[in-house]
Design a protein around this ligand. Structure first.
Ligand SMILES: NC(=O)c1ccc[n+]([C@@H]2O[C@H](COP(=O)([O-])OP(=O)(O)OC[C@H]3O[C@@H](n4cnc5c(N)ncnc54)[C@H](OP(=O)(O)O)[C@@H]3O)[C@@H](O)[C@H]2O)c1
Length: 219
C-alpha cells in the first residue's frame, strides 16, 4: 500500500512513517521543510503546505496514494494549555478540506485522521475537570478546529477513521485499549503513547473495521 502522510514532520507523524516502513508500505510525506525529515530514508518527500491546495495536489500527483494519513497539530506557542495559539483558526479544517478535494480528484477513498479524546461525540465522556480546562484555556481553539474537521469530513462522503487518543506521552508502549461508546468511562489521567497512536493509525490504514468511525483510545 502507498500512504500519503500530512503532518509527517511531527512527533507522531514521524512514528507513523517508521511504522509504515516497518510494515512494508510506501510513503509520500508533504512537509513544509524537508530538512527536518533527515534520517527517514526510503520515503518520497514533497515540499509544501497542506493549506495550499496546489501543493496538496502536487503530493497526490507525485505518487497517487491508496490512503491518506493526517497527523497535524494546530500549535500554541508552547505545549502549555494556556499558551497563545500560533496557527490560523481553520488550519486543520482547511488542510483536511484540501485533502478531501484532492482525494476526490485522484479517486482516493480513505483518510485516517489523528484527533483527540473530547472531539465530537466524545466530549460529554471527558471528566468535567478536563472539559473545564479545555473550554477555559487556549486548547479550545484546537478543539474547535478538530470539531470542524469532524463535521466537514463526515459530510464529504469519503471513507474516514478519526482516531481520538487521550493525553499523549512519550513511551514505548504499543498496546492500545479501545473504548466503546465514544470513550465512556475513560479515567481522568488516562494517557496514550505517541508510538501506540502511530501503530493504531497504521492498523486503521490496513484494516477496514474502523471505517467511518471515531475510535477513542488509551493505553
Ligand atoms: N498533546 C496531547 O496530549 C494530545 C492528546 C490527544 C491528541 N492530541 C492531538 O495530537 C495532535 C498533535 O500530535 P503531535 O504532538 O504529534 O503533533 P506535532 O509534533 O506538534 O506535529 C504537528 C504537525 O503539524 C504541522 N503543522 C503545524 N502547524 C502547521 C502549519 N501552520 N501549516 C502546516 N503544517 C503545520 C507540523 O509541521 P511543521 O513540522 O512544518 O511545523 C507537524 O508536522 C493534535 O491534533 C492534537 O490535538 C494531542
Amino acid at each position: 500500500m502507498h500512504a500519503l502522510i500530512i503532518g509527517g514532520s511531527g512527533r507522531t507523524g514521524k512514528l507513523v512513517i517508521e511504522q509504515l516502513l516497518q510494515r512494508g508500505h510506501g510513503v509520500t510525506a508533504l512537509v513544509r521543510d524537508p530538512a527536518v525529515m533527515k534520517g527517514l530514508d526510503g520515503i518520497n518527500i514533497v515540499k509544501g503546505s497542506p493549506t495550499q491546495i496546489s501543493e496538496v495536489r502536487q503530493a497526490f500527483q507525485d505518487h497517487i496514494p491508496d490512503v491518506v494519513i493526517v497527523t497535524l497539530n494546530a500549535p500554541r506557542a508552547s505545549d502549555s494549555p494556556f499558551a497563545a495559539p500560533i496557527s490560523p483558526p481553520r488550519l486543520m479544517a482547511d488542510s483536511n478540506a484540501n485533502v478531501v478535494t484532492a482525494m476526490k480528484e485522484f479517486g482516493v477513498q480513505k483518510v485516517v485522521i489523528m484527533q483527540a479524546f473530547g472531539v465530537g461525540a466524545s466530549w460529554p465522556n471527558m471528566s468535567c475537570l478536563l472539559r473545564g480546562l479545555m473550554s477555559a484555556s487556549n486548547m479550545s481553539y484546537q478543539y474547535e478546529d478538530h470539531n470542524v474537521v469532524d463535521k466537514e469530513v463526515r459530510a464529504s462522503g469519503v471513507t474516514y477513521v478519526m482516531v481520538r487518543p487521550s493525553r499523549l506521552v512519550e513511551s514505548d508502549v504499543t498496546a492500545v485499549r479501545e473504548w466503546p461508546n465514544n470513550g465512556k468511562g475513560v479515567p481522568l489521567m488516562a494517557s496514550t503513547s505517541r508510538k501506540s497512536v502511530a501503530c493504531f493509525l497504521v492498523d486503521a490504514v490496513e484494516e477496514s473495521r474502523w471505517d467511518n468511525t471515531a475510535p477513542v483510545i488509551t493505553n
